[in-house]
Write a protein that binds this ligand. Structure first.
Ligand code: ASP
Length: 596
């Protein structure tokens, strides 16, 4: 059997461009054999191209030669055919397929390439195991049900974003990958320099410093759809390299940047999902979010808000509550409607759940028909306390009330996550909804107990609120930042801030972070210097493309919307990266591997 060449053949149509209106049209089609079926004398082949599928018919009476050749065909062979479009007989119509009313009678077949038998069938809904599918990603991506549609969607998403930002007078500027460390709170990927042995580039955790410098350079509106690199433990659904829509603007305050992003997302949803997003999106301050949801990225597709009941149980007979309050903690309650949905075991398992989030346990009570409490803790509390709590959470008979009592951080962490987990378990999360939310006014600094110093909650270039300026030194914990996060369905999909554009304030913030002037000069001297040459007020945001795409496409993992994702161990199953290098290469770089 020969392998043919194209020999001047040109494809006339893609599969899905053909329909009943094309009956009797002569066509040239090209693509891959999805499957071949021998039906007595006739051979049917499903041909797949980048758009979809079409049925080819090799009929011995119509074309003995191509029928004979079709016997060779196997899954994933690459072919070109010449033939004529026919209407399918009634009994073989396939209404599930866009081309299901037609077939193509082939009179000439070219075999352009063979294929080994694929390690997994490409025509099944079921995905092969991860290790196989990422090793043979090119075959996985051929699957209709694989990440293919996600990548098309991603392309349309990014095209729409570019179109929107271009129309808003933004300019796309590339910034270096071989650069110095940009502090976004993760570890850097380092690249050794050959020319300066012992020196290293860092791959950017974000273009933060460059985009600010572009504002000093007077561009006023910059964007970039850019890869960022962070060497983090990949516990969650994260990738060591990921893509951001990164932008920066001058002379705009928070509300204008927020408005811009809302209009961008509205356009994206209209184009991709034919959905009208109501804008403006709701906004919550960080403090409000923590109070009502215990978490800084609340999922507002469902209610189940937390209530702070500290004042009601202050001085309570229940020791756990009283002690938490005496130690400066809080007591919060979460009501679960129709508490019969939670079994005794579910409630007992809450202790383990709390432990994961640093808590000691979760107290609970059921509310009986007459309103009285059914709980081991009931007898330690007064009727007034029962009534006060029930009123605070709006409990009615049949409900269950869950309690967290500890430091504010622990209570919020436990109940905030419990709220998400129980909502999912109890089917309270509506599907097909997209609920955006802005969180604003984050604390500027976060105290790191391990390192015994303050750290930036966003990054060190974020501006404090002007009214908080004089507390940077005296009471850093009370200073709020001019930052904003965008949350979608309980996932943080972006974050940004108004930046510090005055070098004197930047120096004070570095000092509050325990960064000495020498260290600041060494690491960020170029930025500090730029800020002294007429830096305009500026601010921006970065949105996580992979996460947004995963949510929009309803994918379980961001790997479904990335062509060549890495594993949890940050390896690439396809190429085998990271891999060893030769002694020669190491020598050139002045490096030696120390065996552990
Ligand atoms: N550079 C920030 C980040 O990557 C985003 C921003 O502040 O614009 O999270």
């Amino acid at each position: 059997m020969n392998i043919d060449s194209l020999d001047g053949w040109q494809r006339t149509h893609l599969s899905t461009e053909l329909s009943e209106k094309d009956v009797d049209v002569h066509v040239i089609l090209m693509g891959w054999v999805l499957r071949r079926r021998d039906h007595g004398g006739v051979i049917f082949v499903d041909l797949r191209d980048r758009r979809g599928l079409i049925q080819l018919v090799f009929n011995p009476e119509y074309s003995p030669q191509s029928h004979a050749a079709a016997h060779w065909l196997r899954a994933e062979w690459v072919i070109a055919v010449h033939g004529v479009v026919r209407a399918r007989p009634e009994e073989s119509l396939n209404l599930d397929l866009p081309t299901g009313a037609i077939e193509v009678f082939v009179d000439e077949l070219k075999i352009l390439n063979r294929s080994e038998a694929p390690p997994f069938p490409l025509d099944e809904d079921e995905a092969p195991t991860d290790s196989v599918r990422y090793r043979y990603r090119y075959l996985d991506l051929r699957r209709e049900k694989g990440a293919r549609q996600g990548l098309y969607m991603r392309h349309r998403f990014l095209s729409t974003v570019r179109e929107f930002l271009n129309s808003e007078d933004f300019i796309d500027i590339e910034t270096p990958f071989l650069t110095v460390s940009t502090p976004e709170g993760a570890r850097d990927y380092l690249v050794p320099s050959r020319v300066s042995p012992g020196s290293f580039y860092a791959l950017p955790q974000s273009p933060q410093l460059f985009k600010q410098i572009l504002m000093v350079a007077g561009f006023e509106r910059y964007y970039q759809i850019v890869r960022c690199f962070r060497d983090e433990d990949l516990r969650a659904d994260r990738q060591p390299e990921f893509t951001q829509i990164d932008l920066e603007t001058s002379f705009l305050e928070e509300s204008r940047i927020i408005d811009l992003i809302e209009r961008m997302m509205a356009l994206v949803f209209k184009r991709l999902l034919e959905m009208e997003l109501p804008i403006p999106f709701p906004r919550l301050t960080y403090d409000e979010a923590m109070l009502r949801f215990g978490i800084d990225k609340p999922d507002i597709r469902f209610g189940m808000e937390l209530a702070d009941v500290s004042e009601i149980v202050r001085g309570s007979g229940f020791g756990v509550f009283r002690e938490a309050l005496e130690n400066g903690g809080i007591v919060k309650a979460l009501k679960i409607e129709r508490g019969e949905r939670l079994s005794r075991k579910d409630l007992d398992d809450l202790r383990d759940f709390a432990a994961v989030y640093g808590g000691k346990g979760v107290a609970y009570t059921r509310i009986r028909d007459g309103g009285e409490w059914q709980s081991p803790i009931a007898k330690f509390m007064s009727p007034d306390e029962h009534a006060g709590i029930a009123a605070a959470v709006g409990a009615v008979p049949g409900d269950v009330i869950l309690f967290g009592a500890d430091s504010p951080v622990v209570v919020n962490n436990v109940l905030g996550n419990l709220r998400n987990s129980l909502a999912a378990k109890l089917g309270e999360v509506p599907s097909g909804q997209f609920r955006f939310l802005w969180i604003t006014e984050f604390p500027m600094f976060e105290y790191d107990e391990d390192e015994k110093r303050y750290k930036s909650m966003h990054h060190p270039f974020t501006s404090p609120r002007m009214e908080d300026l004089d507390r940077i030194e005296s009471d850093p914990a009370s200073v709020k930042a001019r930052s904003y996060d965008l949350v979608l369905n309980g996932a943080e999909i972006g974050g940004g801030s108004i930046r510090i554009h005055r070098s004197d304030i930047q120096e004070r913030v570095f000092a509050a972070l325990g960064i000495s002037s020498e260290e600041a000069r060494e690491k960020f001297g170029f930025l500090m210097e730029a800020l002294r040459y007429g830096a305009p007020p500026h601010g921006g945001i970065a949105l996580g493309v992979d996460r947004i795409m995963a949510i929009i496409t309803g994918s379980e993992s961001i790997r479904d919307v990335i062509a060549f994702p890495k594993t949890q161990k940050a390896t690439c199953p396809l190429t085998g990266a990271p891999g060893p290098v030769t002694q020669e290469q190491l020598k050139e770089l002045g490096l030696r591997i120390v065996k552990k």
